[in-house]
Design a protein around this ligand. Structure first.
Ligand code: ATP
Length: 890
């Protein structure tokens, strides 16, 4: 189809849709059957079977399976079956861990899937872009990614960047008129918009003509690389560590086997013991558990309204030392209400907040008669004309569709009895130059019923003051003298110092000829007046800033708003310390990057900045060695979001571009959510440290007990199947439960972690080795004591060693919950851990006391008296290390 050559009504006919109401729900459903969902086919995922088989591809596991086959040939059937069963169970556990990790990553992708505004059954609704069908009508604005191939129906200053398709990075200007171009490339089709391209300016409405694999993007989809899952720095470091640990474990195992053989053990028994030991000691499950811990943490974060888009951010969050946050909507509620209006030297107050349109206007505390206030009427009318917000009323709620700032101006006008309908009878908008945060203004060209045209501009007062040559004073146009300017500035400052966000309004009459460009419209204006609006801080932000400060994290406010407004809000939020500085965009422009770096530590508020400044601010903090979190929502925020260590975008008001650039999305746009995410980021990292500590110390203990026994020319203290059992049970559930642990109370009272901190930092290495050594020694002591008592009954001594090892590990798991001491924490806080430990103990008792299992696990029932020895030896390491801590303290 040559959509671009067709008139719009022909397009609508071809795709069988109604331009004014869109498709009906029934029609949409029947089209799913015909066209399918609007998605590009992705590369095949690993099947469940392959994932399961993947669990056994580990070299040592293969050796173990080989050894098992040999032992089966030698007639050791029970051994062989038991080993295979345990290896299988280990594989199943690994399989579920990996599946879970994969699933939650998948769910994350869904959560951050793009949404579009679509016309269905006569109403604009937001739906996932995946649910679009040909014939749908969608609207979009700057920052959106186009969800399907569209024929444009109407555009306002629309520019789209199509480099994803054409390679051309200069945005293309779009129009709605039919084209008559032969042999056109995609780049020439200016009345079409294509899936995956990016709206950089303006807005538009289009009709979907192709979805999914039928789109231009779908045609080249084979060329698209599917995004690879990213490993976090810790995962990478653990991978390297894992390789080292494999070598160390193999060397030690070889040592155990070698010494054992020299001491007279049979080669066969030592071989099987050695391979089992190697399988147990190699922490092959570590990366999977790390992923599970990360993804479980990520799920907890979702509940707290932060959506992680890039996994590495979870770790980086724990290192954040500066948060640069937008003010409007993030620190404040973005619920704006006009309270003060000023025009031509006169100032009115407006009553009632929110979407209540029954407010009154007062002058010097007296209610005014609106008819007599021409200037007031005029500024309210202009505020509604240069405005695209709509007030939607349903039974349940009133809501503003569009920019909250414009919503406030709309409500102010409605308080004076004006309505959109009445206004649209008096005026037609013939051109619109949308707001952007760099120009800090927006303009329309309107025509009244007499055919007279004029420009209305609204925007930041200081900016409009700069381009206004005249002023409306006592209903007359006067040229802008320095006195008038002074009076206006005083009014701006007086409103701003009350924390009001101020919008200035200006206008100018124009002729009817020719096209009017934005540059021509936005100059030589007549200054009409100011509307000041409150935007109260979010109540929880003050506390969040305080907590961040205690956690060694500095909060910086970045805003396009006026310096004085920004300062007033910063004061309300307790963000600005006594010696803290406020810097504005103009001052920022004058500073070189090096100069900014010198002073940046003292600045807490950046006001009247453009999105472009954000990058400079991020870099300055980074050069000072900070790990920077930066929020943003607009198209122009993307570079700063990308450059920041943690790029954060807004779930509600954020554009697709900002979301794509970010690694964290705030579902509720709230600053306090960043704090919760940082806390969770720190917690996840600490939990990973906890189970690394637990797993490695357990493994060291297992190897050492065997090594010591061989060196002392003792029999094997543990048989292979017991070693494998310990590996399966104690390393499985308890380690996972540690990953779900609650944070230690003081998590947000510490300084941020250094990003280069190694896995074994903060004495973790020492803790692993010392504890591993003690677990090994205690187990061996219990074994030797029983063996010396009754050398004839080796199986009994081995069962005691087995129980001591298991119990020592299960006690150690509680030690791992605290950086300081086991006695610092209430063990019943983490019920998962209690459950995991209880079930491990139960499984151990079953293996020891259940007669049918005894021959398999080579165990014997232990008499109750010996449990005193077992528990005593198992808890000895905890008491010894706690004791050594105490003596060091005193
Ligand atoms: P933040 O960066 O914290 O979100 P902000 O929302 O105040 O701050 P901008 O949206 O860049 O920053 O707004 C900058 C200034 O532009 C505002 O102070 C206001 O004076 C003016 N302004 C904001 N929205 C509009 C709009 N829709 N039309 C005209 N002017 C606007």
């Amino acid at each position: 189809m040559k959509w671009h050559e067709m008139e719009i009504h022909d397009v609508a006919e071809s795709v069988n849709t109604d331009r004014d109401t869109g498709l009906s729900d029934r029609e949409v459903h029947s089209r799913y059957g015909k066209f399918g969902y609007n998605e590009l086919q992705e590369a095949e995922k690993t099947s469940a079977l392959l994932l399961f088989l993947g669990q056994f591809k580990d070299f040592m596991v293969l050796v173990l399976l080989g050894a098992t086959i040999i032992s089966a040939f030698l007639g050791e059937y029970i051994d062989a079956v038991a080993i295979v069963a345990i290896v299988l169970m280990n594989g199943i556990l690994g399989f579920f861990q990996e599946r879970r990790a994969e699933k939650s990553l998948e769910a994350l992708k869904q959560l951050s899937a793009p949404q579009v505004s679509c016309l269905r059954e006569g109403e604009w609704i937001r739906i996932p872009s995946r649910e679009l069908v040909p014939g749908d009508i969608i609207k979009f604005t700057a920052g959106d990614r186009i969800g399907a191939d569209l024929r444009l129906l109407s555009v306002k200053s629309l520019e789209i960047e199509e480099s994803a398709l054409t390679g051309e990075s200069v945005p293309v200007q779009k129009s709605q008129d039919p084209l008559n171009v032969k042999e056109a490339g995609l780049g020439d089709l200016t009345n079409m918009a294509f899936m995956g391209t990016l709206v950089t300016r303006g807005s538009g409405i289009g009709m979907v003509v192709a979805t999914g694999m039928k789109t231009a993007m779908g045609q080249i989809a084979d060329l698209l690389q599917s995004a690879e899952a990213m490993d976090t720095p810790l995962q990478k470091r653990l991978e390297q560590l894992g390789k080292i640990l494999i070598v160390v474990a193999l060397i030690l195992t070889a040592l155990v086997v070698g010494v054992g053989v020299i001491q007279g053990h049979s080669l066969y028994s030592m071989f099987l013991a050695g391979v089992s030991l190697a399988v147990a000691a190699i922490p092959e499950g570590l990366p999977a558990i790390v992923t599970v811990a990360l993804s479980l943490g990520v799920q907890r974060m979702i509940k707290q309204k932060s959506i992680v888009r890039k996994l590495p951010a979870v770790e980086t969050l724990g290192c954040a030392s500066v948060i640069c946050s937008d003010k409007t909507g993030t620190m404040t509620q973005n619920k704006m209400t006009v309270t003060d209006i000023w025009s031509g030297g006169k100032q009115w107050k407006v009553s009632r907040t929110g979407f209540d349109v029954n407010g009154e206007f007062t002058y010097k505390e007296r209610t005014v008669v609106l008819k007599e206030e021409k200037a007031l009427q005029q500024i309210l009318t202009f505020g509604m004309l240069c405005n695209t917000a709509e007030l939607t009323e349903t039974d349940a709620e009133k809501r503003i569709d569009g920019d909250p700032t414009e919503g406030a101006l709309l409500i102010a006008g409605m308080k004076a009895g004006m309505t959109r309908e009445a206004l649209s009878k008096r005026f037609t908008i013939i051109e619109e130059f949308p707001f952007d945060s760099t120009r800090k203004m927006m303009s329309v060209i309107a025509e009244d019923s007499a055919g007279k045209r004029f420009v209305v501009t609204k925007g930041a007062p200081d900016v409009l003051l700069g381009i206004a040559g005249q002023v409306l004073w006592e209903d007359r146009q006067q040229s802008m003298s320095s006195q008038y300017e002074q009076r206006i500035k005083e009014s701006i400052e007086s409103m701003a110092s009350k924390a009001l966000r101020t919008i200035a309004i200006a206008y100018k009459p124009i002729g009817r000829d020719g096209v009017f460009k934005q540059e021509d419209a936005e100059k030589d204006l007549v200054f009409v007046g100011l509307q000041g609006m409150i935007d109260p801080p979010r109540p929880e932000v003050k506390q969040a800033i305080k907590e961040c400060r205690a956690a060694g994290i500095k909060t910086i406010m970045i805003t396009g708003d006026h310096v004085i407004t920004a300062r007033a809000i910063a004061k309300q939020l307790d963000l600005l310390p006594h010696n803290g500085k406020v810097m504005d965009g103009a001052a920022l422009n004058k500073l070189s990057s090096d100069d900014l770096e010198k002073v940046v530590e003292d600045v807490y508020v950046f006001a009247r900045v453009s999105p472009e400044h954000k990058l400079k601010i991020v870099k300055a903090f980074q050069k000072r060695g900070h790990i920077v979190a930066m929020t943003g929502d607009g198209v122009n925020d993307a570079p700063a979001i990308k450059a920041a260590d943690i790029g954060i975008s807004m779930g509600i008001t954020g554009t697709d571009v900002a979301k794509e650039a970010s690694s964290l999305v705030l579902a509720d746009d709230n600053f306090a959510t960043i704090k919760s995410a940082i806390r969770e980021g720190r917690n996840i990292y600490e939990n990973i440290r906890k189970f690394i500590r637990y797993l490695l110390a357990s493994n060291v203990g297992e190897i050492l007990v065997m090594l010591f026994a061989m060196l002392l020319a003792l029999p094997l203290p543990l048989v292979p199947i017991q070693i494998l059992w310990v590996n399966l049970v104690t390393d499985g559930l308890p380690a996972m439960a540690l990953g779900l642990d609650q944070p230690e109370g003081n998590l947000m009272n510490r300084k941020p972690r250094h990003p280069k901190e190694g896995v074994f930092a903060r004495k973790l290495g020492w803790k692993v080795i010392s504890r591993g050594f003690l677990i090994g020694a205690a187990t061996l002591a219990a074994f030797m004591f029983i063996y010396n008592r009754d050398p004839e009954n080796l199986a009994y001594a081995q069962t005691v060693a087995f129980s001591t090892l298991v119990m020592a590990q299960l006690i150690h798991v509680f030690d791992c919950r605290s950086e300081k001491s086991i006695f610092d924490r209430n063990p019943f806080e983490n019920l998962y851990l209690i459950g995991a430990v209880a079930s491990s103990i139960l499984l151990m008792l079953v293996v020891i006391y259940y007669p049918p299992l005894q021959p398999i696990f080579k165990t014997v029932s232990i008499i109750p008296r010996d449990w005193i020895l077992i528990l005593g030896m198992a808890s000895l390491p905890t008491f010894l290390l706690a004791g050594s801590l105490l003596t060091r303290k005193s």
